[in-house]
Design a protein around this ligand. Structure first.
Ligand SMILES: [Zn+2]
Ligand SMILES: [Zn+2]
Length: 328
């Protein structure tokens, strides 16, 4: 399972970071799934291996502009790329009106169908490679998290044992994988269960929208990865005259620790935090430092175009930053 962060800034973009969007890819599927689609998401996608035609589903956490103003651009460029396969959009109520209005005003005349689902709390969706459950959050408007449970890929065969028992590769292998027992030409009957390796536990990931109460996730067990906002450090949050309904790095770290989250990625960092230390300015390292104090498992503060892999045994690995591709 792989995640590419297309935008990690909260509210508005900076020169270094764009607004929210994450691309998810699964080992067993060539499709790509977008979670949020802030303005200029399509621009960030140009520096990744993900083409617009590969995007078949888009999930929107909530209808604040920094999470979905990029949708019209993605859809119209998908049309210009001559993509004809349908696209599914899952979002809170209001998205239908938004898209219908844009389509009408700009005469998009798309060559593909848009299937829109306006979801609500506790809705569940089942797809070929994963299930999604909608979790309600606390924010200034309706906001949701997606609890993703990966469907385990087809089980692997014990090839060593097959070889030892003199069963060469043939269509028999596919039958064994599907759980069927097989009669061989020499009369032997072999049982599928004797040749299947124990399958991995399905991975569970939460991709959260904006939220002021990360303790909501203490109700969920065995979460391999939580992707959640950490808009401010505690110090900055406390200095705000108008309190925003967001989470601080400290609260996220404490809640993730209490919820026994195995791996954590913080994103949606306020635009005031720069990637470079500047005199008198805030630095993204402050967020990192604050999380480190309270969360002792693996975590990262995502930067735009960071690519992470969550392995089948639940390890989170930073693979690369695709930023260097920008100048290619
Ligand atoms: Zn936001
Ligand atoms: Zn918001």
């Amino acid at each position: 399972m792989e995640f590419i962060f297309l935008g990690t800034s909260a509210g508005k973009p900076t020169k270094e970071r764009n607004v929210s969007s994450i691309a998810m890819r699964l080992d067993q599927s060539s499709e790509c799934f977008l979670f949020d689609c802030g303005e200029a998401t399509q621009n960030r996608l140009l520096y990744t291996p993900v083409s617009l035609g590969k995007i078949k589903k888009i999930f929107i956490t909530h209808l604040h502009g920094d999470h979905f103003f990029g949708l019209p651009g993605v859809l119209s460029s998908r049309h210009m790329d001559n993509v004809t396969s349908p696209i599914e959009i899952y979002a809170p109520k209001g998205i239908k009106k938004f898209l219908q209005t844009i389509e009408e005003i700009s005469q998009m005349n798309l060559d593909f169908e848009i299937k829109i689902t306006e979801f609500k709390e506790e809705d569940k969706f089942s797809f070929d490679s994963f299930d999604v459950e909608i979790v309600s959050l606390k924010h200034s408007i309706e906001s949701y998290a997606f609890l993703i449970t990966q469907k385990p890929p087809l089980p692997k065969l014990n090839e060593q044992k097959l070889k030892e028992d003199n069963i060469p590769p043939s269509p028999i292998y596919a039958k064994l994988k599907r759980g069927e027992d097989v009669k061989l030409s020499d009369g032997r009957i072999i049982k599928s269960k004797d040749y299947i390796l124990e399958s991995q536990k399905p991975l569970k990931v939460i991709i959260s929208g904006d939220n002021e109460d990360p303790y909501i996730f203490t109700d969920y067990k065995d979460i391999d990865l939580l992707i959640h906002e950490a808009t401010y450090t505690k110090e900055v949050f406390e200095s705000l005259t108008k309190k925003q309904k967001h989470t601080t790095a400290e609260d996220l770290a404490k809640a993730a620790s209490k919820a026994n989250i195995k791996n954590l990625i913080a994103t949606h960092i306020s635009a005031r935090y720069s990637l470079i230390k500047k005199e008198g300015g805030h630095f993204i390292g402050e967020i990192e430092e604050e999380i480190r104090k309270y969360f002792k498992s693996t975590f990262f503060v995502a930067k735009d175009l960071d690519r992470f892999q969550l392995t089948n045994d639940g390890k989170l690995i930073f693979k690369e930053n695709l930023q260097s591709h920008i100048f290619l």
